[in-house]
Design a protein around this ligand. Sequence first.
Ligand SMILES: Cc1cc2nc3c(=O)[nH]c(=O)nc-3n(C[C@H](O)[C@H](O)[C@H](O)COP(=O)(O)O)c2cc1C
Length: 457
Amino acid sequence: MGVGVSDWRLANAVARRGHLGVVSGVAIDVVHVRRLGDGDPGGHLRRAYAAFPNQEIVADVLDRYFVEGGKHPDEPYRNVTKLSATPPQHLINLTVLANFGEIWLAKEGHNGPVGVNHLTKVQLPTPYALLGAILAGADFVIMGAGIPIDIPPMLTRLSLGEPIRQRLEVIDSDTEHFVDFDPRSVVSDGWPRQRPRFLAIISSNTLSLFLSRNPENCPDGFVVERPIAGGHNAPPRGKGVFDDLGQPEYGPRDEVNLAKLAKVGLPFWLAGGSGRPGSLAAALESGAAGIQVGTAFAYCNESGIEPSMKAEVIRQALNGGVKVLTDPLASPSGYPFKVVEVEGTVSEADVVDARERVCDLGYLRSTYQKPDGELGYRCAAEPRSAYERKGGDPLDTDGRKCLCNGLMATINLPQVRKGRPEPPIVTSGDDLTAVVRALCTDTNSYSAADVIDYLES
Ligand SMILES: Cc1cc2nc3c(=O)[nH]c(=O)nc-3n(C[C@H](O)[C@H](O)[C@H](O)COP(=O)(O)O)c2cc1C
């Protein structure tokens, strides 16, 4: 769960129990830069970085971003230059190191399995993020939000220490564009390394068949994500039908046929509404290898959500209940995104209106080709005028929310502008209220171990 909700603490706690603990790798470079800007409380990042195989890179990253004792709360965090198709080496190094560090910490002190999650749509950091995962010995890489057909061969080549060529999706272009990357530009020796297994997140049988057609591109398994899951959701099949609240309506065509999926012959895990006792047994009964659970873990003590935000959502869930809206517009990725309605967050119109649009993190930007053939980058949540100047349709900007800044704020790493912190945005699955009520029968908080006990009960 991104950004930073499923951080190393939570993944470590889950993996210790012998289950797959997954860290979020999305935007982890900025997460680490901001933790370093806060003085690296507890020294965890520096402890992980000490195990990185290229200490020159570590010295450079600490020199650029570490603030002894931490920055003043009213001061902004140091900006990180946005990635491009041809980034400077220090940004590549930062992305590799941050992915390495988060996974290393999740694996520390036990032998349980650890994975990392990335979004296919967020293409620019992918080769460097995957290298970080390989260097840290990640057991699994899990990717959805797109068609991750190029990832299995990329993982194979990177784990052998061989150069890769990543195909970039470029709007307004009729030629192919690539990013070339040699992992030995970051770490020169120690090859080959263990190749993590790759799980593709799917929401349709068609995608499972497409991804498994060719052995070279075939994933090692699937996570089947249903539309009630937290975070981004696949859009519904067919012409858009919306309910009175503007939420996309899903129907039987959006259900994955599990019997058909089983015939593909790869293991699969069920995600979305599986956070209840009995879900695991039902999943196994249907042929699945297990379940993937997000919402129940998002509010446990070890998750990265800022503690007072966690407490507020739990309070609302235990009282009147907390609403979750499937917003078809909020995410600049174009995928529906689940937004929890909490006061003071960008679920509220006046909070959105009070925020000046700014795009300084840029993970959800799309790459487009300019008339002169150069590549440009635009995000539908950036200022309208800038988006239009870059050839985007201004109508695309309506209702968009800056998930990058909002999600950073949710994990207590908000950028500060003119002395004011960015407002948070919270995401969860549709059954948030029921899950929290079941876990908090006589308390207002619970641990990752409590969730596991509950799921196993
Ligand atoms: C707070 C939160 C953030 C999430 N972020 C991501 C993400 O960045 N990438 C992703 O593939 N899935 C993400 N998810 C989905 C989870 O990985 C998982 O599939 C889903 O939560 C399972 O359904 P459930 O929420 O009903 O348990 C997120 C879920 C939550 C609750």
